[in-house]
Write a protein that binds this ligand. Structure first.
Ligand code: PGA
Length: 243
């Protein structure tokens, strides 16, 4: 499996700005040895998908509804995402866990909805600064994985991705050291092997930039990157996916 690099545009861009950035990606980025995914907000999925060559870029969403259909005002179904050409969908990004109080029970339903619709869930996990300080990183990550994935049937290794993002590293400019990330990814893979009997890709996120991307990507167990701020400029993102 190729390493996977995902651009998470969060809610940083308007519809028009997303369209413009997609055009800049298209103009500047011609190839990559990695699998690359672009995750605009819901409103821009279609226009971004239309502006990016599908051979090079996969489309991704930042969230989805926990159910496939029904009276759920304001939600977006995995079925619609699939029809829009989406392949990857973030689930349980720390901003959703914190700002919108999303709990494991809800995230589990979202993973199930994504799998049922044929999307690849990118389950985000990570410890906060005080958990890290207290030496609880491994137990926090294990619990986050178990609560969401226990008993779920994952058909094949590439039907799931896990994104490890230490909360204190997100948007802070302070990425985890690559060697430390590698050790944690190995631990996560061990948990996943027991839990779902698969070896999904485990990617790292948190203050990734063109300055550190290559350091992460040279490690065998860092299967890719989830990039926020540094994906908002085509030239910078190009450097990351050329790392
Ligand atoms: P960042 O965000 O690269 O801006 O730290 C990563 C993320 O939250 O996915």
């Amino acid at each position: 499996m190729k390493k996977l690099i995902l651009a998470n545009w969060k809610m940083q861009l308007s519809f028009k700005e997303s369209e413009k950035l997609a055009r800049n990606y298209q103009a500047k980025i011609k190839n990559s040895v990695f699998e690359v995914g672009v995750l605009p907000d819901f409103s821009a999925l279609e226009i971004v998908g239309r502006n990016l060559p599908t051979k090079l870029f996969k489309l991704g969403a930042q969230d989805l509804a926990p159910y496939l259909k029904g009276a759920y005002t304001g939600e977006v179904s995995a079925l619609s995402l699939k029809q829009l050409g989406v392949k990857y969908v973030l689930i349980g990004h720390s901003e959703r866990r914190q700002e919108f109080r999303e709990k494991s029970s809800l995230l589990r339903l979202k993973v199930q909805a994504a799998l049922e619709a044929g999307l690849v869930p990118v389950l985000c996990i990570g410890e906060n600064a005080s958990q890290k300080k207290a030496g609880k990183t491994a137990s926090v990550l294990r619990r986050q994985l178990e609560e969401v994935l226990f008993g779920l049937r994952i058909e094949k290794d590439n039907a799931l991705v896990v994104a490890y993002e230490p909360l204190w590293a997100i948007g802070s400019g302070q990425a985890l050291k690559a060697a430390a990330a590698e050790a944690i990814q190995v631990m996560i893979k061990g948990v996943l092997a027991n839990l779902v009997g698969r070896f999904p890709r485990v990617i790292y996120g948190g203050s990734v930039s063109s300055k550190n991307a290559a350091d992460f990507l040279e490690w065998p167990n860092i299967d890719g990157l989830l990039v926020g701020g540094a994906s908002l400029e085509a030239a910078e993102f190009k450097k990351i996916i050329s790392a």
